[in-house]
Design a binder for this molecule. Sequence first.
Ligand SMILES: C[S@@+](CC[C@H](N)C(=O)[O-])C[C@H]1O[C@@H](n2cnc3c(N)ncnc32)[C@H](O)[C@@H]1O
Length: 293
Amino acid sequence: MTIHNHGARADWAERSGGWVQNQDVLDRAFAPFTSAVMEAVGVAREERVLDVGCGPGTLLETASRLGARAVGVDISAEMVAAARSRVPDAEVIEGDAQVTDLLDAAPGRPFDAVVSRFGTMFFEDPVAAFTNIRVACAPGARLAMVTWRSGEQDLFTCGLEPLLARLDDPPGPPPEDRPGPMGLATEEHLRAVLLEAGWDEVHLVALTARCDYRTRSTDGVDERMAVALSGSVGRVALERARRELGAEELHGLLDRARGLLAERAGHRGVGFDARAWLTAARCNPQAVAGSGR
Ligand SMILES: C[S@@+](CC[C@H](N)C(=O)[O-])C[C@H]1O[C@@H](n2cnc3c(N)ncnc32)[C@H](O)[C@@H]1O
């Protein structure tokens, strides 16, 4: 496996357990974004579809159910194992989408479509990554993906407020347009990356959709806390709190956090509106293989 994104690989090796464990909660919370991607791409039977940063395989499963030949790529061994077991019909590559020769790793005809749900923001060199993905695509292939949008905050902090307020140096939301969850946050950067990488007909829609953490039998407090504490801000906050505060105080803060979430939830349950870009683009048949120009 060729890896360039060492930071992302190490980070996801640590975080994947939490993501896989909370897969059902995340699938419910991100359902509006899943539908948006699948509607935008419009997969047809027998098409070859690539899911980038496929994680435990939500989009792979949907594409496969629609009769597509689904292929996933993910840098995390744990995510790959989860996706393979969830979607046995799909082919799942363990690799770095920025550098892996995707048609070599999953031999077959070039991809007709590329999808991603929050799997494309972590590349150290996003132009190289989207170029690498494009060269594995058929001319005119469609891309549809969601990425978090500039200004998103609740996703990182909702439920953690009492903990963050108590820390001397609380972690802030991830930086925009830098590799990480907010890596494709601004319209200018996102558009420039795709055009430079040889994609055209780039169309962005600013989506705002409610992430709902309720289940049939709960108000979503425990579900949101589990996700928040295993996320990028929550993990750092918890680590600092364990260093700076006693166990009893930390316990009290987390109880308070749960209480506040429950109070705010009211009859709608725990949830918040989250901001994402839905991006659609096409593989430019004129772009020279291996370059974005
Ligand atoms: C936020 S998770 C999203 C997972 C999945 N798409 C979902 O919606 O459940 C981001 C995923 O991108 C993967 N990832 C990060 N950097 C990657 C890279 N360079 N190549 C392939 N996958 C990568 C991570 O391992 C992780 O599974």
